[in-house]
Design a protein around this ligand. Structure first.
Ligand code: ATP
Ligand code: MG
Length: 171
């Protein structure tokens, strides 16, 4: 078991390609109300959690809610891929605007494993190329997370590390 220290008042970005296990991890370690997922917000604004054309509206709404939570001093976890720097930079900006610490928890599962899981899912229909692009984006920027402003960065490599991790909130 590995305890990951996370500041009790932080905005946590889960980072990982599709199928890496972000939603599973969020469900295991945080209360449902603490987790804002891009899928849930796509469904809210567009009736379809996979509708990528709804992403802009979905993230607007997600960040709005996250801002309300942070203003009230509530730990907030964002369940989205966050493999691209521009996606993470909006999250860092939001955290700073509310004077809370941005944290990143990276679930770095090998692409082959993530693909095997994704293929088995009825709620995912994109092709391998999409996953490959996410993987490339992540790989390219993984070392830059600290420089992007994340004060806490935890990188979990592989299924075993992901499964063995627990969260320790720090006052
Ligand atoms: P997405 O970005 O597409 O939402 P995700 O990172 O949220 O993906 P999950 O939905 O958590 O990924 O997991 C993907 C699939 O893998 C799910 O079907 C889930 O049940 C399965 N899964 C998650 N963790 C594990 C695990 N440790 N062992 C085996 N299967 C797992
Ligand atoms: Mg998910």
């Amino acid at each position: 078991m590995t305890e990951l220290p996370v500041p009790a008042l932080s905005l946590v970005a889960l980072v990982g390609i599709s199928g890496a296990g972000k939603s599973t991890f969020a469900g295991r370690h945080f209360a449902p109300s603490q987790v804002l997922s891009s899928d849930a917000f796509r469904a809210m604004v567009a009736d379809d959690e996979t509708d990528q054309s709804a992403s802009a509206a979905a993230f607007d709404a997600l960040y709005y809610v996250a801002g309300k939570r942070l203003a009230a001093g509530r730990l907030t976890v964002v369940d989205a891929t966050h493999v691209q720097e521009h996606a993470r930079s909006s999250l860092v900006a939001l955290a700073r605007a509310h004077d809370v610490l941005p944290a990143a928890i990276v679930l770095d599962l090998p692409e082959d494993e993530a693909w095997a899981r994704t293929e088995a899912r009825p709620d995912r229909s994109f092709g391998r190329a999409v996953l490959a692009r996410q993987s490339r984006d992540l790989r390219r920027t993984l070392k830059r997370l600290n420089r992007e402003g994340f004060r806490t960065v935890h990188v979990l490599r592989g299924r075993e590390e992901i499964e063995a991790a627990t969260i320790r909130l720090q006052p």
